[in-house]
Design a binder for this molecule. Structure first.
Ligand SMILES: C[S@@+](CC[C@H](N)C(=O)[O-])C[C@H]1O[C@@H](n2cnc3c(N)ncnc32)[C@H](O)[C@@H]1O
Length: 311
């Protein structure tokens, strides 16, 4: 690809693309799963996201009124909070909080007493902490560096544990289930928005599309199982009252259409520069493969209750 004049002048974009590529290579070779995750997420700067006015990092829930990823991601966060039964005064734990965008939403609209966040990516923790200060929400939002599978938190201390599009990364997810159970108060609820294969017959290697390379690189090896096995594992951790809601139709395909148009848009090009836009355009060139891959995946909201008296 011969560099155009605009590409030559996009020095920042060239440096960014180079840095992201180098960090990505390093991340892929990192053996420790949590360090690998932190490195992978460090390759995604907060100003290079697909959302325009927020820092969500999820596929979104594209219900009737949504036309932007900001709206769809907010709708997904709202769906999860409602599924968890979040109410004013709750003690909430948000695991894998990204940049903490959903926590600002939950703090304002659901008014829990506090939200503790755990995340293994230091860059995201720092940005989320600053965000809590900017929003004057430090009395509610408590963002910490920490792991879903070794929570530095006391037993029976939360009414809700939420994990918005991240539990597939946890090493492994079953240890997260055990930890969530431990830190929940009796009667407390775990709610996750999670991704899994549609059936046990789908091998992880079947997912081939470049925009879904994260499935090969950051979907923990032990976490590749479909809904029925998922529920068995929750039950084995002690949870009852299990519910599932598949929202694949409202996530993958509308997200695919939206992002395809976004990458080609002048406003996105202006924001990320021509170099990164060219990288993405190439990565997104095989739409048929991407559609096929999405048909093999299920996007599910799962809830589970720790037995005992609730709030
Ligand atoms: C796809 S992002 C989702 C972020 C956010 N929930 C959202 O919807 O915008 C996954 C997040 O999980 C975090 N993560 C990955 N492994 C983790 C672990 N073992 N413990 C805690 N957080 C983890 C990543 O750092 C990242 O913030």
């Amino acid at each position: 690809m011969a560099p155009t004049r605009s590409m030559r002048s996009d020095l920042k974009g060239v440096m960014r693309a180079f840095r992201m590529g180098a960090t990505w290579q390093l991340a892929q070779r990192t053996k420790d799963p949590e360090r690998r995750m932190a490195r992978i997420y460090s390759t995604i700067p907060s100003d290079y996201l697909f959302a325009d006015n927020s820092m969500y990092l999820n596929y979104g829930y594209w219900d009737a009124g949504c036309t932007t990823l900001d709206d769809a991601s907010e709708a997904l966060a709202a769906l999860l909070a409602d599924a968890a039964g979040m109410t004013a005064g709750d003690d909430v734990l948000d695991v894998g909080f990204g940049f903490g965008e959903q926590d600002v939403l939950w703090a304002r609209k659901w008014q829990p007493r506090r939200i503790v966040g755990l995340n293994v990516t230091p860059m995201q923790v720092a940005i989320a902490k600053q965000r809590a200060q900017d929003e004057q929400l430090t009395d509610v939002l408590d963002f910490r560096q920490g792991s879903a599978t070794a929570m530095p938190l006391p037993d029976a201390s939360f009414d809700r544990v939420l994990a918005l599009e991240c539990a597939f990364h946890f090493h492994p997810r079953t240890t997260f289930f055990q930890e969530a159970y431990r830190v929940l108060k009796p009667g407390g609820v775990l709610a996750v928005a999670d991704i899994m294969p549609r059936s046990a017959a789908v091998p992880r290697t079947a997912i081939q599309s470049p925009p879904l390379v994260w499935v090969a690189v950051s979907f923990d090896d032990e976490n590749w199982y479909p809904q029925d096995a998922y529920l068995d594992k929750l039950a084995a951790a002690g949870f009852t009252d299990l519910t599932t809601q598949s929202i694949s139709e409202e996530t993958f395909e509308p997200w695919r259409r939206h992002i395809l148009a976004k990458i080609a848009s002048p406003s996105f090009r202006h924001r990320v520069g021509p170099v990164y836009q060219r990288v993405l355009t190439k990565r997104w060139s095989d739409q048929e493969q991407l559609k096929k891959d999405f048909e093999l995946l299920d996007y599910v909201v799962v809830t589970a209750r720790k037995p005992g008296a609730g709030r």
